[in-house]
Structures are given as C-alpha cells and as structure tokens.
Design a binder for this molecule. Structure first.
Ligand SMILES: Cc1cc2nc3c(=O)[nH]c(=O)nc-3n(C[C@H](O)[C@H](O)[C@H](O)COP(=O)(O)O)c2cc1C
Length: 199
C-alpha cells in the first residue's frame, strides 16, 4: 500500500542514540507523500543528554514534518475520538514505553496516543531500541508481538558481545513495515541479524 497522503503519527521516546536514524526515516516518509504528526514522550522533550538537546529535537521534527509536535497527554487524547491517523509508529520505542504499553499504562503523550489510536482498530508499529530486550523486557515484547493491530519493525541484537540483551530495530525498514502494517500484515522476517556489531 502506498504511503501517499497517509496520515502517520511518529511518536518519539527516549532512546536518544537512535534519533539521527529516526530523523532520516521521518524525512523519507514525508518524501513518500505522507503527512506526519510528531508526538514526544516527556523524556524525549526534557532530557538533555550526550547525544543532543530536546529543544533541537522539537525544532528539527517540526521542520521536517511541518506540524507542531504533540507534547502533552491532553493534546494526544483526541487521536482516539477524531481517528485522524492511518497508522502510529513509536520510533524509537524504549524498554520503558514497551513495558508500560504492554501493561496498559498511559502516563505520557506517546502512551496516550497509542491507547487512543488502538481503540480505532488501526495499526501501531513499534521500532524497538532497548538494552534489556532479551532481559527484563523480553516478556513485554512478547506480549506486544501477540497483540492485535501491533506490528514490529524487524529487529536484532546490535551488539551481542558488549550488550547481549540489547535489541534494536532496523529503522531503515520502516517504510516497507508501515506499508505492510497498513494492510494489517507483519513485514517479514521480523527477526533480522546485524551483520556487524553496531551498538
Ligand atoms: C543518553 C540516554 C540514552 C538512552 N537510551 C535508551 C535506549 O536506547 N533505550 C531505552 O530503552 N532507554 C534509553 N534511555 C533511558 C530512557 O530515556 C528512560 O528510560 C526514559 O524514562 C524513557 O522514557 P520514555 O519511554 O517515556 O521516553 C536512555 C537515556 C539516556 C539519558
């Protein structure tokens, strides 16, 4: 399915090392003709970190998408009743957000957007990036994999030597994953090796 004129929510959470890849994919989405609506978790809009600065993130995502980012729960809630998104992508998705989503917790704009969107029976795509993907969060990833309308960007172990529990999505596969998810199909294979250690 084409992404032309599709309304896609992009929800950022606090895996800051993934942001450059995220900006690249969001740009590709806009170039494919999608209308992109950014949503930021509290962490992503407040934590100054060694990779960058939240004010820059807000400015860059607004510049790329042309839309004002959603930064509070009250502004994310209408995604439910207005049903204006064709698909929502959590990119990147932290272990924290995956754990909360799998357990029905709704305390950030991203989680509010996910809950609101899922009630409309439309696809939610997760692009995981977490050091505990094969540890404490494996059960949550399993729950999400087995949940209705939830799809994953293919992921693998980015650095099995130094971070044996780490799982990171191949963000460059976002567009084909999204095209499949819009047809309610999981892009395959969902498990994909990293040929080189990257993390
Ligand atoms: C520099 C930095 C990098 C981080 N990278 C990750 C990451 O790749 N994956 C992850 O799950 N959490 C990561 N975290 C931790 C999250 O930011 C933290 O759990 C936060 O509470 C996530 O909130 P959110 O899921 O609502 O965005 C990182 C934190 C910092 C400061």
């Amino acid at each position: 399915m084409t992404l032309e004129q599709k309304k896609i929510g992009i929800a950022l959470t606090g895996s800051f090392c993934t942001y450059e890849k995220m900006f690249t994919e969001v740009k590709k989405l806009t170039e494919a003709g999608a209308e992109v609506y950014p949503i930021l978790s509290n962490a992503s809009q407040t934590i100054k970190n060694r990779f960058g600065n939240p004010l820059d993130y807000l400015a860059r995502i607004k510049a790329i998408t042309g839309n004002e980012p959603i930064t509070c729960i009250a502004d994310a809630e209408p995604i439910g009743p207005k049903a204006y998104l064709d698909a929502l992508v959590i990119l990147p998705c932290t272990g924290n957000t995956a754990a909360k989503l799998a357990n029905g917790i709704t305390d950030t704009p991203v989680l509010m957007a996910a809950k609101a969107h899922l009630r409309n029976n439309k696809p939610l795509v997760i692009s995981i990036s977490t050091n505990d993907g094969l540890g404490m969060n494996l059960k949550n990833i399993g729950l999400l994999c087995n949940s209705k309308n939830i799809y994953f960007v293919p992921f693998g172990q980015d650095n099995y030597l130094k971070k044996p529990n780490s799982l990171v999505a191949h963000t460059e596969l976002l567009l084909p994953t999204l095209e499949a998810a819009l047809e309610h199909r999981q892009y395959q294979p969902i498990l994909k090796d990293y040929e080189k250690v990257v993390g």
